[in-house]
Design a protein around this ligand. Structure first.
Ligand code: GDG
Length: 479
């Protein structure tokens, strides 16, 4: 029985808030990291919005509640669901497959069964609370079956989907035993958003190959079948971004600037500070970056006393075996570099395996002369955009992998192919030696781009496109 209904519903694997239980047993919900909630908050408040997702702990049953004008609807996942649907199919099948099989994906039927049943639960929950003719925005690869399931339950709804990670070329995607079901699942949406033009192209090709539909970018036409009339789906790039203004304001705070100066001092005032900030994930190319740095020190092109690499590797997916192995490899390499080139009181790599508050991140960005983003494959990479947003002083050099979505936009970065270690080494040296006028010119151009295409722009463009492709009340969204 529907006892409440919302005109605009966002659904993602994780809720935008984390449940924290204090020592005395009091429960609090903290806003989790991520710009998505910041971007959607005003729209959700205005449009009578609800957010459906998992709260991050096993077997947690919790009543829906209001938070800052948004209805939060927690869904329960059992330990089994977490192991099969989340750690299994999402993180150990889809994630490596969609990132060009950098690590080998595992295919297990039992994981797939769980993915189907959890997606159905998400779809049922959304169907139960969305108002007649309402709009639903489904987020990311964990929920690719939800659009179709939802359309079957609620043909009156307007459904959008956004894929935060890459969509692979057909030659890779076609490995997936359930490739047809995934593509059919996504085609339940009215608008399917991707990070890059190439991702949208890869998806359209998969649809042509697997379902035989006609595509003419950005449209995919589904022919009429039985009592189902024909339908037109939009598959298009909407590059995500950050709240650039908020990030700049954070970096401009006097205490953040003071902290940046302190960091430089604590590191012994080296001539050059380089920085890497990544979830500890094999897609981020941390090993390739360390290899290049190690060789540069070995060649004598960089001198250990003058340079420092700060590597923040925030803990991630630690229950998945590939991630445990990666951590061991990275920590071994860091140990080798520091062993080979460290002197008492100075180690050339400062490795930090924990998360930091946003203020500290902003201070690190300000303290870093060179930012290294060397991902082997990355949907967008928000770290690159945060670095640029933080540099209100128009200084600093961004070294950016061509394999990130961000490289489509941030053309004034020093672009690299992280597989080409010699090329990456040259780029690092070039970044370190870049004269101030060139640094300023490049950073200004980068900052203009990030300011103009911020996360509010992203959500507005997506929701406008969605509204245009429906006749329902979603027309008011994104204005
Ligand atoms: C996926 C896609 C796409 C990291 N460590 C700390 C911390 N972070 C923050 C960063 C940044 C975010 O986490 C990471 O975002 P990325 O975009 O770099 O990467 P993924 O986590 O892989 O995100 C990616 C994104 O979705 C959005 O669509 O861009 O391609 O893979 O905001 O700053 N934040 C804090 N402490 C940390 O230690 N506070």
């Amino acid at each position: 029985m529907v006892d409440e209904s919302y005109a605009f519903v966002v659904v993602s694997n994780r809720l935008p808030v984390d449940r924290v239980v204090d020592d005395d047993g009091t429960e609090r919900w903290n806003q989790g990291p991520g710009g998505l909630v910041t971007a959607l908050e005003p729209i959700m408040r205005e449009a009578d919005g609800a957010w459906v997702g998992w709260a991050g702990a096993p077997d947690l049953e919790h009543e829906p509640f209001d938070r800052d004008g948004i209805r939060i609807v927690p869904l329960t996942l059992s330990q089994d669901d977490i192991e099969r649907y989340y750690e299994g199919f999402s993180n150990d099948t889809l994630w490596p497959l969609y990132h060009d099989v950098i690590a080998p994906p595992s295919y297990h039927r039992i994981w797939w069964d769980s993915y189907v049943s959890v997606n159905q639960r998400f779809a049922n929950a959304v169907a139960g609370i969305t108002a007649h003719g309402g709009t639903v925005w489904v987020q990311d690869y964990q929920l690719q079956l939800v659009p179709r399931m939802l359309r079957q339950l609620r043909p009156d709804l307007t459904i959008g989907f956004f894929n935060h990670i890459p969509f692979p070329a057909y030659g890779i995607f076609s490995q997936l035993p359930w490739r047809t079901q995934i593509v059919e699942g996504l085609m339940g949406a009215d608008v399917i958003g991707f990070q890059r033009v190439a991702d949208a192209g890869n998806f359209s090709r998969a649809v042509r190959r697997l379902l035989g539909y006609t595509t003419k970018s950005p449209y995919i036409d589904i022919p009429a079948r039985g009592e189902h009339p024909s339908r037109r789906v939009v598959a298009k790039a909407f590059p995500i971004s950050i709240d650039a203004q908020a990030f700049e304001q954070l970096a401009r705070r006097p205490e953040v600037q003071a902290r940046a100066a302190q960091i430089r001092q604590d590191l012994g005032n080296p001539t050059t500070i380089m920085l890497g900030v990544d979830r500890l994930d094999y897609t981020k190319g941390i090993g390739h970056r360390l290899k290049a740095y190690h060789e540069l020190l070995g060649d004598g092109r960089l001198v250990a006393e003058d340079v420092m690499l700060v590597q923040v590797a925030s803990p991630s997916r630690e229950r998945v075996e590939t991630y445990r192995q990666l951590r061991d490899e990275i920590e071994l390499t860091v140990g080798r570099i520091n062993g080979d080139f460290g002197v008492l009181g100075h180690e050339p790599v400062s490795y930090l395996h924990h998360g930091f508050p946003r203020e500290e991140m902003a201070a690190l960005y300000l303290a870093a002369d060179v930012m290294l983003v060397t991902a082997l494959r990355d949907g967008m990479n928000l770290v690159a955009k945060e670095y640029v947003a933080a540099r209100f002083d128009d200084d600093g050099v961004l070294v950016l992998s061509e394999f990130t979505g961000a490289s489509d936009e941030l053309r004034q970065a020093v672009l690299i192919n992280p597989h080409d270690i010699d090329g990456m080494k040259d780029a690092i040296v070039r970044a370190i030696e870049m004269p101030r006028p060139e640094r300023r010119r490049r950073m200004r151009a980068l900052r203009k781009r990030v300011r103009e295409n911020d996360v509010a722009h992203w959500s507005r463009e997506f929701l406008r496109t969605l509204a245009r492709h429906s006749d329902g009340p979603s027309e008011g969204l994104g204005e």
